[in-house]
Design a protein around this ligand. Sequence first.
Ligand code: ATP
Ligand code: MG
Length: 419
Amino acid sequence: MSAFTNITVSEQFIELCQAQLVLLAQNLSAQKSAIYLTENFVNSPPKLVPILIYPASNSENNSALRLSESINNEDFNLDWYEQTSNNLSQLIRYNKDQISPHQLILPLIYQDNMMGFLATNRSIEPWQKRDILQVEEVAKTISLARFLDQRSQIAEQKIQQNYQLQIIQNEHLDDFLHQLRNPLTAIRTFAKLLLKRLIPEDKNYSIAQNILREGDRLKDLIQDFSEDWEVVNSNYCLDLPDIESTSFFLTESIQKKESIDIYQLIKPLIDGITTLAKEKNITVINHIESDLPIIFSNAKALREIFNNLLDNAIKYTPEGGVLALEVMVQKQDQNIEQLVIEISDTGYGIPHQDQGHIFERRYRGVQAQSDIEGTGLGLAIVKELCDKLNIKIEIFSPSLWLKNQANNGTTFSLFIPLK
Ligand code: ATP
Ligand code: MG
């Protein structure tokens, strides 16, 4: 494709035009011919853009055609076109009045659409009627080719748009499945805990059993669907770069910010994670105070961020480890303050070579080889949400706080701007 200002033409269209202009020179002794296309603007008259000239005026090889950004507009007097604007009948009449016997300027029209001009000069002898008929045929061929070229460009654009849409939809579904799994795992763990605490004779025992059974069912359904979905997705083979993905659950609503008491938001999440941590004999140390400044952000997105980071901390920390939560207000330059939230664990840590990639979709680094299940989507969602909320996120492994452990551990730090 070649682009002239806002006009895009395919290589094939240029080739066809070249062949037609050579034809005019060879069969009708045209000395100079040019093709101009119209560039349409919303609020101003269309402009003429030269696309091709033959022979090229200052080309070393006179028979060589070149794309003519540098066409000398004085070769053909098209000023009258600017004056007649877009009025086709007026334009053609004007053309007839202005034309010299040696110069032909024919509009390129297809289905009442004015697409440009074919201009051709012959100073050795004036154009005869039968010659004009032939030039008109050439103009018709170019017009049809331009119409088809435009149509295929529109079709190509639509295909690209559909591809992009499809990719975004696929990513949304991936994210959705991922986000469903986490609360489901928590519900199943809570149901198991409940069963442990109840004696079989308790009238609520069967209710807890039912919760667990339905949870297992839902887990299997999601698992089956994910496997099928992965096969369909890999067959689809959509491989377009530079697609801006957006988490499915917060595309619009993330713009809605509200005043948030961060303690009230995190507290229930910590309570939930503490129960789950107990199952793995992991100690949760909570250094979050209740009198923190109010932040202006999106609560739903923040919960997703914390849940993913806490879930990882538990998942990648072996039995008997520690998970610590630290929240502090930090002064930056010019008295601007930020809230820093640190989630640290005594887990396996993240090797240096993985640290630059873990926010990429589906990247699992060393854990891809482990028995720990995962899709590699959690942190990609976290990063996307952080970017939207203007929150900086950093990884430190070895962990910042929990030193002297058998494993390196990890700290994820979130920097939330305060007003
Ligand atoms: P899921 O999509 O189910 O969350 P996942 O946990 O593998 O799967 P991410 O949450 O995106 O995916 O994490 C990406 C990778 O980063 C993990 O596979 C793991 O290698 C590494 N990682 C993330 N958090 C930690 C952590 N706290 N300790 C050690 N490694 C971690
Ligand atoms: Mg994860």
